[in-house]
Design a protein around this ligand. Structure first.
Ligand code: ATP
Ligand code: MG
Ligand code: FE
Length: 342
């Protein structure tokens, strides 16, 4: 009973195949980063066209990988051998989503297999199950990605109370904008995170917004402005900016707030379990901080495998597998939904 899943919500064309027990047999990610980097961010029209170009070969590669994983030499899994086809329905770029959804519908219809639509944000949450299969609600989950920043009380699978969201920029977006302001390239997260390794997080005192107890909302735009002002001020004064210190101090401002709000939510709900997801959860300082500091308070902390933090289809396959098990199948007249929420 194999489930194939497709992810195309942004600038990754990804296809994964998972078996009935959750073993990953194929996990292909084709990234378009090089095509968008020169523009300093994802260009939606380019994203859609690149998905169209590569989706067939990414699916074929996944079918071959799955055959190899099963020890079937020299071939590929046939679509008829799949149990279901999962696909990201939203949220994301509408044109990019449409490519994946239209392809998945055609592929499933031709193979006579059921279609299972998946919420991309639920995918980022379920990435944790790839690291910790016995993760069970209730728990607190922080989503930190390129488009979202959310603190969520997961009461049961499918029962999500969003405790707070960002009022302006998402955390990943803030990393990207700070890197852009420094002329460091795109995406900014991995670049800032590498620089921060050798920096002093206490070098510059950047603001921590909405930092009072019980307030689960986030705001990143003030921090972004503070960083921009700092760069201007130092440049004007003819001083060279110490990039590692700037990166480490920026990270500290972002992650202090993340830690504090997560801790408060854990205490307020009485949950003993915590996890994170989304591209920024690949950040080693954030992972370490949560594991160490929350761990000391008796909280079990799960982080996704590094490969499942940024966009991938393995996490979509994990959601699809469980939905399919529960008989949650989508009709063939579904459409992409760019504004889906948790
Ligand atoms: P969403 O999931 O909200 O629709 P998205 O799919 O575009 O948004 P992701 O792929 O989950 O976002 O994450 C991409 C973001 O993660 C980018 O903003 C990138 O800079 C950030 N990121 C990636 N690696 C790191 C890292 N090591 N440290 C900090 N940020 C990172
Ligand atoms: Mg991406
Ligand atoms: Fe994402």
């Amino acid at each position: 009973r194999l489930v194939l899943a497709i992810e195309s919500s942004c600038d990754e064309t990804a296809v994964a195949i998972i078996d009935a027990d959750g073993n990953m047999l194929a996990n292909q990610v084709s990234t378009q980063i090089d095509f968008h980097a020169r523009f300093g961010g994802v260009v939606p029209e380019i994203a859609s066209r690149k998905h169209v170009e590569v989706i067939v070969s990414v699916v074929d590669a996944a079918l071959e990988d799955a055959a190899a994983s099963l020890g079937l030499t020299g071939g590929a899994i046939a679509p008829s051998e799949l149990a279901a086809v999962g696909v990201t329905q939203g949220p994301g770029l509408v044109g990019a989503l449409v490519v994946g959804v239209a392809f998945a519908k055609g592929f499933a219809y031709a193979a006579g297999k059921p279609l299972v639509c998946v919420n991309h944000l639920e995918g980022h949450l379920f990435a944790n199950l790839l690291a910790q299969p016995d993760l069970k609600p209730p728990f607190i989950f922080t989503l930190v990605s390129g488009g979202h920043t959310m603190l969520v009380h997961v009461k049961a699978w499918g029962d999500y109370e969003v405790l707070g969201e960002t009022l302006d920029d998402a955390v990943g977006e803030a990393f990207d904008k700070v890197a852009k302001a420094l002329g460091l390239g795109y995406p900014g997260g991995p670049i800032i995170s590498k620089l921060a390794e050798t920096g002093n997080p206490k070098a510059i005192d950047f603001p921590r917004a909405l930092n009072s107890r019980g307030d689960y909302r986030f705001s990143l735009s003030g921090l972004k402005t503070a960083v921009t002002l700092y760069i201007e001020q130092e440049t004007k004064a003819g001083r060279t900016i110490h990039l590692p210190d700037l990166a480490a101090s920026f990270e500290a401002a972002v992650f202090d707030v993340q830690y504090k709000k997560a801790k408060n939510a854990l205490h307020a709900t009485g949950c003993k379990e915590y996890c994170i997801g989304g591209g920024v959860s690949a950040n080693p300082h954030l992972r370490e901080m949560m594991i160490k500091k929350l761990g000391r308070q008796g909280i079990r902390v799960t982080v996704p495998p590094l490969s499942a933090c940024t966009d991938n289809a393995a996490m979509i396959a994990e959601v699809a597998r469980r939905k399919f098990d529960r008989g949650e199948i989508s009709p063939f007249d579904v459409d992409a939904d760019p504004n889906m929420t948790l």
